[in-house]
Design a protein. Structure first.
Length: 215
């Protein structure tokens, strides 16, 4: 079993390293610069990124955790450049965890994002909410919309793919930046939205519950 060295930290496995990085990503507040061990760990992750030189071309005065622009519910590490601009970098890419190219599941998640936001906002109109699994009070920062019941998201995608193949729908993809993947044919996007919304059993949970067993 090969250990993983990230700066001054040595982890027994890559899985242990991932847990440590994700702890930082999901536990620190949004905005303030990372410091101490958190900064040393994340900077060591950045040093492994294959686009490190490009990411650091504008300098690095701080590393912070912010909401990613393409999908506001997800957090990401961002470099603060000398001019105050920020650029994100993916720890998954740096640790060789990212999928090789865009995936249909990513395009499906992007397609349903407006509906996920609409569901969240509808629930918030009813007042304060609690996690439907743990009972923890929810805020906009720790709230995720999860797929519960008999229709986890991956099942919805798998059954939609069966329909798409029978109908001969094109499933070609285009990628916009790191996080946004879309179907090239808007009709496929709308077809998946309708298919998803007819089956999804959505619920509000904390980010920790959602990440523990993403559905």
């Amino acid at each position: 079993m090969t250990s993983v060295v990230l700066g001054p930290f040595t982890f027994r496995t890559k899985g242990d390293a991932i847990v440590a990085v994700r702890r930082v990503l999901h536990s620190v507040p949004l905005g303030p610069p990372l410091a101490g061990d958190d900064l040393e760990l994340v900077r060591a992750v950045l040093d492994r990124h294959h686009d490190r030189a490009i990411k650091l071309a504008g300098g690095c005065v701080a590393i912070v955790v912010l909401q990613n622009n393409a999908q506001r519910r997800s957090r990401g590490f961002h470099i603060v450049r000398r001019d105050g601009a920020t650029v994100d970098f993916s720890y998954r890419v740096a640790l060789d965890l990212a999928p090789k190219g865009p995936t249909v599941e990513q395009a499906c998640r992007q397609a349903t994002w407006p509906d996920i936001l609409a569901y969240r906002d509808m629930r918030l109109e009813d007042g304060p909410q609690r996690c439907e699994v743990s009972g923890t009070p929810l805020t906009r920062e720790n709230m995720h919309v999860d797929h519960g019941g008999d229709w986890p998201f991956r099942r919805i995608v798998a059954e939609f793919l069966d329909v798409a193949q029978r109908e001969g729908w094109p499933l070609t993809l285009m990628q916009r930046g790191i996080y946004s993947v879309e179907f090239t044919d808007p009709k496929v996007t709308e077809a998946f939205r309708r298919f998803h919304n007819a089956r999804a059993q959505l619920r509000l949970v904390t980010s920790a519950v959602n990440l523990r067993g993403r559905r």
